[in-house]
Design a binder for this molecule. Sequence first.
Ligand SMILES: *Cc1c(COP(=O)(O)O)cnc(C)c1O
Length: 371
Amino acid sequence: MALRIPDDLLPADGRFGSGPSKVPAGRLGALAATGVDLMGTSHRQAPVKHVVRRVVDGLTTLFSLPSGYEVAIGNGGSAAFWDLATFALVEQRSQHAVFGEFGAKFASASRNAPWLGEPTVLTAEAGGLAVPVAEDDVDVYAWTHNETSTGVVAPVVRPAGARAGQLVLVDATSAAGGLGVDIAETDVYYFAPQKSFASDGGLWLTTLSPAAIERAERIAASDRHVPAFFDLVGALKSTRLDQTYNTPAVATLFLMAEQLDWMLAQGGLDAMSARTAASAETVYGWAEKASYVAPFVPDPSHRSPVVATVELDASIDKVRLMDELRANGIVDLDAYRGVGANQLRIAMYPAVDPADVEALTRCVDWVVERL
Ligand SMILES: *Cc1c(COP(=O)(O)O)cnc(C)c1O
């Protein structure tokens, strides 16, 4: 134990966790600099409402929201949004393309909702991709833009032959902000702040198409019981007023607003996806070349630019490797529970510097040589 990686090999910042993920160092200073004007003040007053507005406007610009699309924000994170969707968006029955744990969790939320019909679930093995296919009697198609558990990225396009009125719900929790997307291909593109938006957890955010808003309004007006916490129409109305239904984490919103400003100043979504693509080229190039490691996802076109999964040779003691890296300030390379045999998972969100990703691969090489 206690190998000391030479300083000139180390990344400037050793946080490569897939979520919560790296919050750039200066951001907490920016939060502190707001002093007593923000933290500890009412979320019904101008200073906090201004932060909510910065987030809504930032997302509207970042995603070039098509006309009629709106942003809604609520408490509970993406996992709460799955339950919300079963109450507020799925009318009778949904279809889920599942290729990892996060997609599977939404599918089971739908399956367990007694007021919904049995969902169609199309599945792929870990490391593979399942895509939605047109089906007559579903009213929602659901899949994950980036499966954070396996490092598989999916196309975001409406299924060929989908009927008008069938909604497309895309879980973009780790993809949003780090990957290009045409929001017009979705009705509901939802995410949380603690991944590509370099903030903290606890909130969900979503874009909504006019069709999604119409659906939510129709269900809200029906006799289905929708708990207030899962009331999407209520959340949208609050967001329009630069507020949330109940008290949000103000620091989380502030950090997200700062990340959005940074993303837009760098050139927006095109610049962010170029940045994550550069990191991905480094990681997958290294994993293809080094003798002791290989990409986990077999099809190169399915390999995620924001979360890379790589399999180490069985002879490598992964726990020891991660302990040594952690002792040198390189943290959170753990695979998602049960995925892969001897796997590392590396987040390459926009906040992660591509130069640090390169440094990480050098550090892993250096430690593996000495194990
Ligand atoms: C992290 C993650 C979630 C869960 O987000 P929470 O905010 O922790 O509920 C859901 N889906 C995907 C794709 C994720 O990466």
